[in-house]
Structures are given as C-alpha cells and as structure tokens.
Write a protein that binds this ligand. Structure first.
Ligand SMILES: [Ca+2]
Ligand SMILES: [Ca+2]
Ligand SMILES: [Ca+2]
Length: 327
C-alpha cells in the first residue's frame, strides 16, 4: 500500500511537472490502430529486458533536484519489479540536473555486443526539447555486481562528436548556498577559469526547494561545501528569440534524451523501444578517444554534458525514463 501511495504521489508529481512549464512529458508508446507493428505478438517481458537496478544516482543542482520527481526514490522506481510471475517495467523518470549529474544502472545480465544497437535508453525528448546525455559503459570484470574504480568507463561516441564537443576535460564546481531549506542562487566555477552564479529567479515561481544536492546523496549525511563534476562538455544547443521562450533543438544522434532521427523508430517489432535513443557498444572509445572493442558490458552511466540554463526552462538536463536490453 505504501508503495502504491508513493507511486500515486509520484504520478501526481510528474503530471504536475508536465503541466507547469517545461515542455517535457513522458509519452507512453502510442500505436495508432492503423499503424500496428507488423508482428503484434507480445514481446517477451523478462527480467533480462528491462533496466533492473539503479546503482547510483547523483544529480547536479537542477530545478527538480531534491523534489520527488528527481530523488533517490524516483531513481529506484526506474528498475523493473516482479509481481507474482510477471515482470513489471519501471516507472517514472529522473532528471539528472545541471552539468555532471549522472545515473548508473544495469540489467539483470550483461549486454552482449551483437550486430547493430544493443540497448536503448528511454527519454522524454521532443523536436524542440532535446537535452542530450552522454552514455558510458563498463564491464563488471570481477563479477561482484558493483562498479569498481578499476572497471573503466568507455564513452559511446556519437557520430558527430567532434563538432559537438566544446571541452574534452571539463570540471564544474558548484558551491553550497547558505540556505538549504529553499531555492537560492548557486555559485559555480570551472577548470577553464570561468565562474558565475546560477540565477534561480526565473524558475522560483514553480520550484521552491533547495536545488543543491542534499544529505541523502552523501554517505556521511553532510552536505559538502562544494561538489565537482567532471566530463566532456558539449556546446550549448539552446536558442531564444526574446529570452522568454527557449528551444532546445536536437543535436546529432548518439546521446540519450535527444530527439535524433531514430528516436521514434522501434526495434525487433517491440513498441516499447519507441521514444528512445539507440546505442551500439561498437561505438565505445577509451579516454584517449581510441575505439575499443567490447564483447559485452554490464553497467551503463549517463551524465549531463551541458552547462546551460535557459530562463524559465531551467537547466538543460537529460531525463531518463528507463532502458531496454535488446539482447
Ligand atoms: Ca552492437
Ligand atoms: Ca565489479
Ligand atoms: Ca528531456
């Protein structure tokens, strides 16, 4: 019952989220009567298909950070569950917050690298709302089910990566605000000599919680004075004509929550794979940018590579709504 109530509250919260500004919403896969998949046989629903465990979730400051649509509980809801002998896909979505925010998840077994795409990540992208996330993969070499520091992350390189990357090794530090009980501006600095203040006034009418990650994200329960995120920084994609209305057009394929040309396509006649970005383990590169051949992977990490705040749209941050193992 408690679980049901929680889900209900999250559903209400997500509905509210969709109604209040950000042009983002989770669309259930829609199959109009005249456009049914050729093979209407129900696709297998096994524990191997759906994202089965969220191992880590660390949002950066963002308008949904510390709200029920983007907290640890919401992240855990992405994992499938077993009810009687039926596998129920995870529900809801999480927003990764500003630059660097990330999530790590896995399926119940390794994803084999077969011909073509190997897994998909469900998002809430639209033609005018693309918030790209960089996807990395790692293999559980010691088989302990956890990601260990020596199990290297490999980025799945987007085909147009060269034109899209602004900095290969970006570090962004957010500084803890004085007030942790309500929304307030956040000071930041980076490793390129840049610094500034994230003004929260454009989003304050619809978000009043503190947007700096709070105690639940830190093992000792203490909110640190600063948090530093590292990663590739992509060029911004936001455009506005008057500073009020912002558009986030898609960048090239190869990112999560980005409306690429294959976003609405389905794979293996499985309509669950609609509204997703498709990923091929063959695209893996190491930290020097060299291609890597991986026969299978265990962990998937998605992080936000954009440091972009767009007025009342808030930060540009990928939403993750689930994932499917195509193998
Ligand atoms: Ca593949
Ligand atoms: Ca391990
Ligand atoms: Ca989105």
């Amino acid at each position: 019952m408690k679980n049901l109530t929680t889900r209900l509250l999250i559903t209400i919260a997500i509905t509210a989220l969709c109604a209040c500004g950000k042009p983002d919403e989770k669309n259930d896969p829609v199959t109009p009567p005249d456009k049914r998949p050729e093979n209407p046989t129900p696709t297998p629903s096994t524990p191997d298909k759906w994202l089965s465990e969220v191992l880590e979730f660390m949002p950066a400051p963002g308008q949904y950070t510390n709200s029920s649509t983007s907290d640890l509980k919401a992240a855990q809801m992405l994992a499938c569950t077993q009810e009687d002998d039926k596998i129920v896909p995870g529900k809801g979505m999480v927003s990764l917050g500003g630059f660097g925010g990330y999530i790590v998840f896995r399926f119940s077994r390794d994803v084999e690298n077969g011909e073509g795409p190997d897994f998909v990540i469900l998002g809430n992208a639209f033609a005018n709302s693309s918030e790209p996330g960089i996807v990395q993969v790692a293999f559980d070499a010691n088989g302990n089910g956890k990601h260990d520091p020596d199990e290297e992350w490999y980025e799945l390189a987007a085909p147009n990566r060269k034109e899209e990357v602004e900095h290969e090794h970006y570090e962004l530090t957010y500084h803890r605000p004085d007030n942790l009980t309500q929304i307030s501006d956040i000071r930041w600095s980076d490793n390129m000599g840049g610094s500034g203040i994230i003004s929260t006034s454009p989003i304050a009418s619809s978000h009043n919680q503190c947007i700096y990650p709070l105690a639940e994200y830190f093992a000792d329960g203490n909110v640190p004075e600063s948090i530093t995120f590292q990663g590739v920084k992509l060029k911004n994609n936001g455009t506005t004509t008057n500073g009020t209305y912002w558009y986030l057009p898609p960048i090239g394929p190869g990112y999560a929550d980005n409306y690429s040309s294959d976003y609405q396509s389905i794979i293996n006649n499985d309509s669950d794979t609609r509204n997703s970005n498709k990923f091929d383990i063959d695209d893996a590169i190491d930290k020097n940018g060299n291609p890597v051949k991986l026969s299978k992977i265990t962990f998937i990490r998605v992080y936000n590579p954009m440091h972009q705040w767009c007025g009342m749209l808030g930060e540009t941050s990928p939403e993750i709504c689930g994932a499917i193992n195509l193998r």
